[in-house]
Design a protein around this ligand. Sequence first.
Ligand code: NIG
Ligand code: FE
Length: 408
Amino acid sequence: MNTRIFSHISLIAGIGAPGRPLRGKQLAQLQSISNGYLIVEGGEISEVGRMEDLKYGGEQVPESTIVLPAWCDSHTHLVFAESREAEFVQKIRGASYAEIAAAGGGILNSAKKIAACSEDRLFELAWQRLMAIAKNGTGAVEIKSGYGLSVEGELKMLRVIKRLKEKSRMHIRATFLGAHAYPIEYRENHEGYISEIIDKMLPVIAAEGLADYVDAFCETGFFSPEEMLRICEAAGQYGLRPKLHVNQLNSIGGIEAGMQAGAVSLDHLETLTDKDIELLGHFDGLSTLLPGAAFFLRMAMPPARKLIHSNAAIALATDFNPGSCPSGNMQTMLSLACIQMKMLPEEAINAATINGAFAMEVAASSGSISRGKKANLIFTKPVTSLAYLPYAFGDNHIDRVMIDGDFI
Ligand code: NIG
Ligand code: FE
């Protein structure tokens, strides 16, 4: 087995292996070792320690290198056929998201593009995006369907995600988001589309093992809490747990419904009442914040500080998608979290690593630098301190990324 010993690491941050997501004040406790070493055997981390305890020689890393766990991006829509910068310009000129959606833009625009794209081409495009996010330090990622909105389109997307899982050495989780929007032909016939999801899509998805989770966009004009619950219940029969889009634009009961459905995570959370914040403080799962989407849509940021104060377990993710966050760069999310949501650098890093891993149920093997976990690691360029990473926003601070024991 290939063994690599890395020595004289200025800081190894994110060690330890908590058994539960970090909540409230725990989020600021980023366990670290100054002047440490790290041993990787095959694809696994086999030892982490202080330089004075290193018994062998090793590869000395450049001075002022920080080693971090690779990012765990627990919410993306990175399978899509085309970018949507034309809508971006329409919005700059004054059009609203609702106006664009009503004119067949938005999610429905992406659905048209998916229908016209072959599975092979879609795979190729998604593969390029996956490689790009890996270079930016992502080692585990959740990817949703949801731009198919037909039996054929949703299955095509999920089969692409399955192929990504087979080819990549990253940790990939697949989520079925058939309930992303009502296709035009079902605008006045919600029952009709829900039965497509429940009777036609879910059985094939289960039979082919195409998804780990189910999702729904619970929002005014999209899926109601009741509709979302029915879909979660049907998916639950096949063993799919929910990870849900709630409270992006309105607070309509998505949080209560999501908690009732036993969600692994509740995501977005830009629009929260005091009661919602209190509920999330008691929610066992993750409250996943997507500051890139709030930034891109010029919305108020999710109230991270209030959520931390209420003892919620916060994860940070990109929401990488062509409509509301065309970036899959977790370094950018880290900066947005600190600058716009006033999260401490330590909190943001924990939320982007170990808590992200919990939001995909991969924390036993990803999300921290601990013996026996997958060697998915970030080696930074020389930096003055940990806080420099989110502080010097817009720059790439990553020198090398290791996935499954190999530098990419
Ligand atoms: O998570 N909010 C719903 N879905 C995506 C954006 C969809 C799109 O515009 O393509 C999101 O932000
Ligand atoms: Fe999303």
